[in-house]
Design a binder for this molecule. Sequence first.
Ligand code: GLN
Length: 194
Amino acid sequence: MKIGVLALQGAVREHLRMLERAGAEATAVKRPEQLAGLDGLVIPGGESTTIGKLMHQYGLSEPIREMAASGKPLFGTCAGLILLAKRIEGAESAHLALMDITVRRNAFGRQRESFETDLPVAGVADDFRAVFIRAPYITEVGPGVDVLARIDDKIVAARQGHLLASAFHPELTEDVRMHAFFVEMVREASAVRV
Ligand code: GLN
């Protein structure tokens, strides 16, 4: 099981470490040819506009979309969630436009710019320590999307088939369960492809 972490910006090393702890081989991805042979990909947090531009400049957008089209799982955290979304509030276009969700950027406002809270995440944990940093949330999901976690009415984690997204940063905790959940998705998907 070999999983890439898109390494254009953000908490790359932390994701690599968590994937390894969850039992996968993990590698940083900067160029399109490094996607070959991967079973899944993590898209970390950072600044979604910047990552989106770099992804485009480095010719990574299309190969990542193709990777998803071939059934390989993707996991976007925070800015990565924004990059996966089909719709971004107030923006004319989306980035990878893969997941049937609408997102609102920097959605918790100045009062709650960065905070941590324990959340139940369906199928993952009853008490996941969720770290939010200028986080987005999901305002709408399409019919094929399962909501995994909410804060009040705000959706902060979701799954659509082989696509997983969280508004929080599971790589910034010591809790490996969210990455283990993703590694299991990757294992299931690769079993189906064989
Ligand atoms: N606020 C960032 C954005 O909109 C996301 C923040 C993050 O990834 N921690 O792109």
